[in-house]
Design a protein around this ligand. Structure first.
Ligand SMILES: NC(=O)c1ccc[n+]([C@@H]2O[C@H](COP(=O)([O-])OP(=O)(O)OC[C@H]3O[C@@H](n4cnc5c(N)ncnc54)[C@H](O)[C@@H]3O)[C@@H](O)[C@H]2O)c1
Ligand SMILES: [Zn+2]
Length: 352
């Protein structure tokens, strides 16, 4: 078996390792240095596939699958089950699942008994390369996504890439949108390798997959290490997301997050080219890479441009009433732009 890759993450209160490899779940206690009782939080899709691999543990708490269950109500149920299982302050909460489980279990770990240890075992590509690193946890409110939360750093992250074998293809593609985003932010080599691999990416060897996941995590690690509480540099992780979130919202979430991000990355590149910041060939290059992994790249024509523009203002990441875009100078070079005019944004949204 290929040796695991270990990425150390430093944060204001300490540090933790992100371990990327195969066959990690059965070694949970040893790799995450857990001594006390363990409560695994998982969902009804992932639990039946992988919970047995992390045994013996003290309890497995299963929530229903889906973003619609990332709520305070589900969290409330988890608190009760933890108490019933006798988990005290010496306990460790282990998230086993995608980003939904990770965000919710992390929020429980941040608040149960004023905080207990937390370990992430991400099982989706998106959770591995994005959600499980950086310490942001939380739940949704009826008014919007991720409106309640806490920073809670894990004590370890075990990204067992063998779990990706059962990930539905559309979810794999969604994770690839974030991997490609990470390449665009600061790792041109990662982007160009994906560009070269083309459709061969679908039959990636475990060794290649481990490298891909590790490279993508390293980009996020470096950004969150520099800006743990999202005061500055961390904004670059929103590349493609100002457009993406608005597209998702206006489509009534018919366009999934990864798809919205893919469209958003292309839109951000078009905007950068239009404003003269990057080569005019860059949008087509990004589009081609996203298409290789079966992601849509054009904003559906039936979504009104005006509504998309307005929806950008409801994104909680806006600053005052000015829209913030992350723009590209080249692959691997991004910057924050706060002074983009409506006309340019609208022209990009309307791009056929
Ligand atoms: N905290 C952060 O910094 C951060 C960053 C990005 C996204 N997020 C959050 O992450 C969530 C999205 O995460 P996601 O894309 O992983 O969605 P998800 O957790 O809903 O997982 C996607 C689907 O794949 C299933 N699944 C996961 N792993 C599987 C496996 N190995 N085999 C079979 N099925 C599997 C899940 O049950 C689900 O149906 C959102 O709630 C988002 O807000 C958080
Ligand atoms: Zn995203």
């Amino acid at each position: 078996m290929n040796e695991a890759t270990i990425l150390n993450v430093k944060h204001p209160d300490g540090q933790y390792d992100v371990i990327v490899g195969s066959g990690l779940l059965p070694r949970l206690r040893e790799l995450a240095h857990i001594r006390g009782p363990v409560a695994v939080v998982t969902n009804d899709q992932v639990g039946p596939l992988y919970a047995a691999q992390v045994s013996p543990v003290d309890c497995v708490l299963t929530v229903p699958d889906g973003e619609q269950h990332k709520t305070l109500q589900t969290v409330n149920g988890l608190y009760g089950q933890l108490l019933a299982a006798g988990i005290d302050r010496t306990g460790t909460i282990v998230a086993l699942g995608g980003g939904v489980v990770g965000d919710m279990a992390g929020f429980v770990a941040a608040t149960y008994m004023r905080g207990v240890d937390f370990v992430q075992c991400p099982t989706s590509l998106l959770a591995m390369v994005d959600a499980s690193v950086g310490g942001k946890t939380g739940v949704d409110l009826p008014e919007g996504k991720n409106l309640v939360g806490a920073f809670k750093q894990p004590t370890a992250v075990l990204a067992d890439i063998t779990t990706l074998q059962t990930l539905p293809p559309a979810e794999f593609a969604a994770g690839m949108a974030e991997v490609i985003k990470h390449g665009l932010i600061s790792n041109p080599r990662l982007f160009m390798q994906i560009e070269d691999e083309g459709r061969r990416l679908r039959s990636m060897s475990p060794v290649r997959l481990q490298t891909l996941v590790s490279d993508a995590i390293r980009v996020k690690r470096d950004v969150v290490q520099e800006d743990p509480f999202e005061h500055g540099r961390r904004a670059v992780l929103n590349l493609g997301h100002t457009f993406g979130h608005a597209i998702e919202q206006v489509s009534g979430y018919r366009v999934a997050h990864g798809q919205g991000v893919a469209m958003g990355l292309v839109a951000a590149a078009h905007l950068s080219a239009r404003l003269g910041y990057c080569d005019t060939g860059l949008p087509a290059r990004i589009e081609a890479v996203l298409r290789q992994v079966d992601l849509p790249t054009r904003i559906p024509a039936d979504l009104p441009a005006e509504a998309i523009y307005q929806a950008m203002f409801s994104d909680k990441k806006k600053v005052g009433m000015r829209l913030r875009f992350i723009l590209l100078r080249d692959v691997g070079q991004v910057f924050v732009a706060d002074e983009v005019g409506e006309e340019d944004v609208m022209a990009v949204i309307r791009e056929p």
